[in-house]
Design a protein around this ligand. Structure first.
Ligand code: GLC
Length: 487
């Protein structure tokens, strides 16, 4: 089976977060002798061409509505998975950031979808390779299923199927009408789109056209069918609920491994870890100017500083607990200036208890996972979340809100001897709910060290690798290939 996997971001080439992580690792896990998965992504100007060993492959001319475009295809093979990079100036090839502005990005990614199909055709002519399944990710690639549905009237494309994965419904590529017109995309007359006034929303077009839909956790698959988290698309998604599957993301367990990670002061496995984690904790405190002698839990946050991640809940609670000298806090990540400002004030007020780093750095992130006691992720919504999986892998217990992938991956402590639980979970997105749960976790840390240790052990032993997701995804590919096309 041949699969062409399209994503706007693919780690390690281009990344702004979780999408890139997934696109950089799921295809590698899917690759077998029978499944030839190939990845396709834009060649942004910022990609380190020589550093990643990219090589020029071929060029073709694309007859665009605005004139003919020259497309250059470059590629590299990563762990047996071929990656294609499309260069098409002025749209892709010279930019210093992945995304520009809404209007230009709509045009750029519609074009990327058109070029992906064109490139598939070129691969068939040149290399005798043609996909059976087109796997598109998020709004950037969401037009691919639609373009395929239009092409299927030709026998060459008739047996191809499409799958669309939603990583985050908050980004939809809405108001793309002008860009669609500019790119010469025919009328989107699918009744569900028309009646719901969504025919210029790229993600909606993808949802209405894909043969199968997936999202990145079972809980999020249910949540996006409700008005609260459906972001205006819940009605449309409900029309597709029989074709929607929640498949949990994984993490690369080889890469994120406390036994082999060379950035840690001390390495450890899931059985003997207390001493090593203690060394890592001291190392982290020392490097970031935190007082090593304080007998309080070290609480960490790693990720974008924005409202989705629940910063507006976390920071007032932190402030309150810092006043009572109840914890130390380390934050890694950047985002909304108002949270930068608040964090700077806190670090100024409690220099021995608060450390703030804005520039993301994966070595530092792993030092934080392996040296902190608690990992805070009070997200308002979270399609899957990766931070909590990494924190558990390294033995930092997650404290999360019960939503999306957080609800599917963290088991609440039973308040007993620690025979159940891998972290702490709260329900309402309110400061008081978070405050109570954090106080409960801090009490547990002080009073029940054995229960804490057992939870860490259980958290570290869980298998959140890619195998299960890859198996489920392949099953979907197989099912969709033998099923009727979506009308
Ligand atoms: C998005 C979501 C995140 C998910 C990631 C990968 O970034 O916000 O929850 O883990 O995509 O699917």
């Amino acid at each position: 089976m041949n699969v062409l996997y399209a994503s706007a971001e693919v780690s390690p080439f281009s990344s702004s977060g979780g999408l890139a992580e997934v696109a950089g690792s799921l295809p590698l896990a899917l690759r077998t002798a029978e499944t030839d998965v190939r990845v396709i992504t834009p060649l942004y100007g910022l990609i380190d061409y020589a550093g990643h060993g990219l090589v020029y492959q071929f060029s073709f001319r694309y007859p665009h509505r605005s004139g003919s475009l020259d497309v250059h295809v470059h590629s590299v093979c990563r762990q047996d998975v071929r990656h294609y990079f499309l260069q098409c100036e002025p749209w892709f090839g010279a930019e210093g950031t992945l995304y520009l502005d809404q209007a230009r990005d709509a045009t750029r990614f519609i074009l990327f979808c058109q070029l992906t199909l064109a490139c598939a055709w070129e691969l068939r002519q040149r290399n005798n390779w043609f996909p059976d399944v087109l796997h598109a990710n998020d709004w950037h690639c969401a037009l691919i299923p639609f373009l395929l549905s239009v092409s299927r009237s030709s026998p060459d494309w008739a047996s191809m199927r499409s799958l669309l994965t939603i990583h985050n419904l908050a980004y939809q590529g809405h108001d793309a009408g002008a860009a669609l017109y500019y790119c010469g995309i025919p009328t989107r007359s699918q009744p569900d789109l028309v009646y719901q006034d969504l025919d210029d929303n790229l993600l909606a077009i993808g949802i209405a056209s894909a043969d199968v839909l997936t999202t990145v956790s079972p809980r999020y698959a249910a949540e996006i069918q409700s008005p609260e988290l459906g972001r205006g698309l819940d009605g449309l998604i409900r029309t597709r609920s029989a074709s929607l599957h929640g498949i949990l993301n994984g993490i690369d367990r080889q890469h994120h491994n406390p036994e082999t990670n060379c950035h840690l002061a001390a390495r450890y496995g899931a059985v003997e870890f207390s001493l090593s984690r203690c060394i890592n904790r001291k190392d982290l405190q020392r490097r970031h100017g935190l007082d090593c002698e304080r007998r309080v839990p070290l609480v960490a946050m790693v990720g974008r500083l924005d409202v989705q991640k629940g910063l507006h809940l976390a920071l007032p609670v932190m402030r309150r607990l810092l006043t009572r000298d109840a914890l130390q806090f380390i934050s890694l990540g950047s985002g909304d200036p108002r949270f930068h400002h608040e964090l700077a004030l806190m670090a100024g007020q409690w220099p021995e208890c608060v450390a703030v780093q804005h520039d993301f750095d994966s070595a530092l992130a792993s030092q934080i996972y392996s040296g902190s006691d608690l990992f805070l992720m009070p997200s308002l919504f979270e399609p899957c979340g990766i931070g909590q999986l990494l924190a558990m892998r390294y033995g930092s217990l997650p404290l999360v809100r019960e939503t999306g992938g957080l609800a599917d991956t963290v088991v609440n402590y039973d308040d007993g001897r620690g025979s159940r639980g891998t972290g702490f979970v709260f329900g309402w997105s309110e400061t008081e709910a978070l405050a109570h749960t954090l106080e409960w976790a801090i009490r547990t840390w002080h009073k029940r060290p054995t229960a804490w240790r057992r939870m860490q052990e259980r958290a570290m032993k869980q298998d959140f690798g890619w195998d299960k997701s890859a198996r489920a995804t392949k099953e979907l590919y197989r099912d969709v290939l033998i099923s009727e096309v979506h009308p």
